[in-house]
Design a binder for this molecule. Structure first.
Ligand code: ZN
Length: 285
């Protein structure tokens, strides 16, 4: 699609009250006016082959682009035996994503585990290279890993680290989580100027093609000194960030990210709010 697309992370409260199975998600999201869905495997990749394939068929039928969020316990900053396990979780995520007809897997780099940021970065780069080789080895090279910017300060994944990782491996895409970046900067990523600077920096570092098709997470998130505290909904008017200036920038600059809303419970409604804001700006272009 030649514009930004919008959808939720996992099942909203409204969806879960109506339906038991996420197999209904694609039909529901299409009727809701959304474009994509990020399947949540944060606690582990537990979906069976048959369910994943069925979900993929539904997604295809209802024109819903699929991505998958890999387990939160993945940590790429280490070395030794545990790394192999973590690469195994990435592979399992990519397999499930492929069965769903998806094309993107979101990955967290993980905590520093007592290492300096430099050491953690060095290991993460090495381990991501190994993960990409492992994907190729299983014929899953068409699945794009999206490396996410994180909300807690003591975790690898600020904006510079993520764009540097993506600069090193041209097959990776950044998953820019604007709420996370707002958290770790104490509220500084919440304006037309701040969002614009990030989009420009991404384009400078990664080139136009990759920058314009980036993966995005957007939700309002409470923060304290250490960064992220909890995900909120668009009802929040204290922490932000506010999507409006970003929607305007995406339309003005012709960026076409896949924007996943991670609001706490209202992720479908809030994704639609973002889509409508963006489409209104797009009309003016
Ligand atoms: Zn994430």
């Amino acid at each position: 699609m030649d514009r930004a697309v919008f959808g939720p992370a996992g099942s909203s409260e409204a969806f879960s009250q109506k339906y038991k199975s996420s197999l209904m998600a694609p039909a529901y999201l299409e009727a809701f006016g959304l474009d994509c869905f990020e399947y949540q495997c944060g606690r582990g990749v537990n979906i069976g082959r048959e369910s994943a394939e069925k979900l993929g068929e539904e997604a295809k039928k209802h024109n819903i682009k699929m991505s998958l969020h890999s387990p939160y316990f993945i940590n790429l900053s280490g070395d030794g035996e545990r790394v192999e396990k973590n690469i195994g979780y990435i592979l399992a995520s990519a397999r499930a994503c492929d069965l769903m007809g998806g094309d993107r897997v979101v990955v967290h780099c993980g905590g520093l585990s007592g290492r300096t940021r430099q050491e953690a970065m060095k290991n993460t780069l090495f381990n991501l290279g190994a993960a990409l080789d492992a994907l190729d080895g299983e014929g899953l090279g068409h699945i794009t890993l999206c490396v996410e910017t994180m909300g807690k300060i003591n975790v690898l994944g600020d904006f510079d680290e993520i764009t540097e990782i993506c600069r090193r491996y041209e097959r990776l895409l950044p998953c820019i989580d604007f709420g996370h970046l707002n958290c770790r900067t104490g509220g500084a990523v919440n304006s037309y100027e701040a969002f614009g600077a990030l989009l420009s920096a991404m384009e400078n570092r990664l080139g136009r093609e990759r920058a314009e098709s980036f993966h995005a997470h957007f939700s309002k998130i409470e923060y304290s000194k250490g960064g992220e505290v909890r995900h909120l909904t668009f009802e929040d008017d204290k922490y932000g960030p506010d999507f409006d200036p970003l929607g305007r920038l995406l339309a003005e600059r012709g960026f076409k990210p896949r924007v996943i809303c991670e609001s706490a419970g209202t992720q479908d409604a809030d994704a639609l709010t973002m889509k409508n804001i963006y489409l209104n700006y797009l009309k003016e272009e």
